[in-house]
Design a protein around this ligand. Structure first.
Ligand SMILES: [Ca+2]
Ligand SMILES: [Ca+2]
Ligand SMILES: [Ca+2]
Length: 378
């Protein structure tokens, strides 16, 4: 359908009625009896129904006004040339109070062929379908006029899109300077066809790029007998199980047993591999310990997590947005602290065993489901 610049807009409740061919005189105002350029001669039939009129000779508001004067609920303007989409209806008449739309010549011919048996129509705004998108997949329609318009066909959005889009066939007065939703689809379209912003020229789209890491972890001891034990702590960030950043602090005191004697340790981390995190990727955090250079030879380190006090966490900046991911029970990272009770994991390490290799408390993970990591696209 083509919409009219005059008269009321269609509503979601709409107008329903029987379609009736409007008839007028074949006269100097309009040469056919279907053009509604003169007052209608079948007002009795049109009254309370939807008037069907032909395009041509006089302005669209004239036709609408004559139909309105005959008591029509709404007006269908049949295009007088083949092709789609049917035209928008220009013109001004503030006295028109019924909706008017245009339809293709083909649709009009179908309706006309069935008028004898009765055609009921509803003109309404379907709020369940986005303007310019297909009702099933909610995908924007491309511009596919009939006949083909070289230079415009396929390379534009369909003009039924609303709000009007920059890449519609014609420039509309309501365009803004924004090229992002909700005003415009240009930026998502460029993303869809493979373009992205990459100001640091590393091949990773900046809006999903991991650019900074840090962590804060609560470390204590399992047993007070181990007081005097020091640990090296290794924090690693992983994407889909592969380390993409890390940081280490050395020879930090283990405190003592009980959460009151644990200490929050800040571990600065650096991104080691240029990394983007998109929907479906898994962000992981692994914390490991070994015996520090001084102090006891062995001891059991205790990691505290899973509540607002024992809020061990990873901070990751993705797409320019810093987000905090809390270590929670079940080895999941959450965007809020765990609700308790406090959880602990112990790791026993010994400077004289296994070359004092780092031993992991565990790996905590979160699946990026589009918005979990503060990422808006893709
Ligand atoms: Ca006429
Ligand atoms: Ca439009
Ligand atoms: Ca980049």
């Amino acid at each position: 359908m083509g919409l009219a610049a005059f008269g009321p807009a269609l509503t979601s409740s709409g107008v329903t009625g029987q379609v009736v061919q409007a008839l007028d005189l074949a006269d100097g105002l309009g040469p056919t009896t279907f053009d509604a350029c003169s007052p209608l001669t079948n007002a009795g039939a049109v009254n309370g129904n939807i008037a069907l009129v032909d395009r041509g000779t006089c302005g669209f508001p004239v036709k609408a006004r004559n139909a309105q004067d005959a008591g029509a609920l709404a007006v269908l303007v049949a295009n007088n040339v083949a092709g789609s989409p049917p035209p928008g209806l220009g013109g001004i008449d503030p006295t028109i109070t019924i909706p008017t739309v245009s339809i293709t010549q083909a649709d009009a011919n179908t309706i006309k062929a069935n008028l004898a048996t009765g055609v009921d129509a509803s003109l309404l705004l379907d709020l369940s379908v986005r303007a310019g998108a297909d009702p099933v997949g909610n995908r924007a329609f491309l511009y596919t006029p009939n006949p083909v318009a070289p230079g415009s066909t396929i390379s534009h959005w369909d003009q039924s899109a609303f709000p009007n889009q920059l890449m519609e066939p014609a420039i509309n007065a309501d365009l803004t300077h924004s090229v992002q939703p909700p005003e415009d689809l240009t930026l998502p379209l460029f993303r869809d066809v493979g373009w992205f912003v990459d100001a640091n020229l590393n091949g990773i789209p900046d809006d999903v790029e991991l650019t900074a890491l840090s962590s804060q972890v609560w470390i204590g001891l399992k047993n007070s007998d181990d007081v005097g034990t020091r640990f090296d702590l290794l924090a690693e960030a992983l994407k889909n199980g592969v380390v993409v950043g890390s940081g280490q602090i050395n020879n930090v005191p283990g405190g003592s047993s009980g959460f009151n004697n644990a200490a929050q340790r800040a571990i600065a981390m650096a991104v080691s591999t240029a990394t983007g995190l998109v929907s479906g990727d898994v962000l992981g955090f692994r914390l490991s310990a070994r015996i520090g250079a001084t102090g006891h030879r062995s001891g059991t380190a205790r990691l505290w997590f899973n509540d607002a006090a024992a809020n061990s966490r990873l901070i990751a900046t993705i797409g320019g947005v810093a987000s905090t991911f809390y270590l929670r029970d079940g080895f999941v990272l959450g965007t809020s602290p765990g609700t308790g009770p406090k959880k602990t994991i112990d790791v026993t390490v010994d400077r004289a065993k296994n070359g004092n290799a780092f031993k992991a408390f565990g790996t905590w993970s979160i699946l990026n489901r589009r918005s979990d990591l503060g990422i808006s696209s893709p």
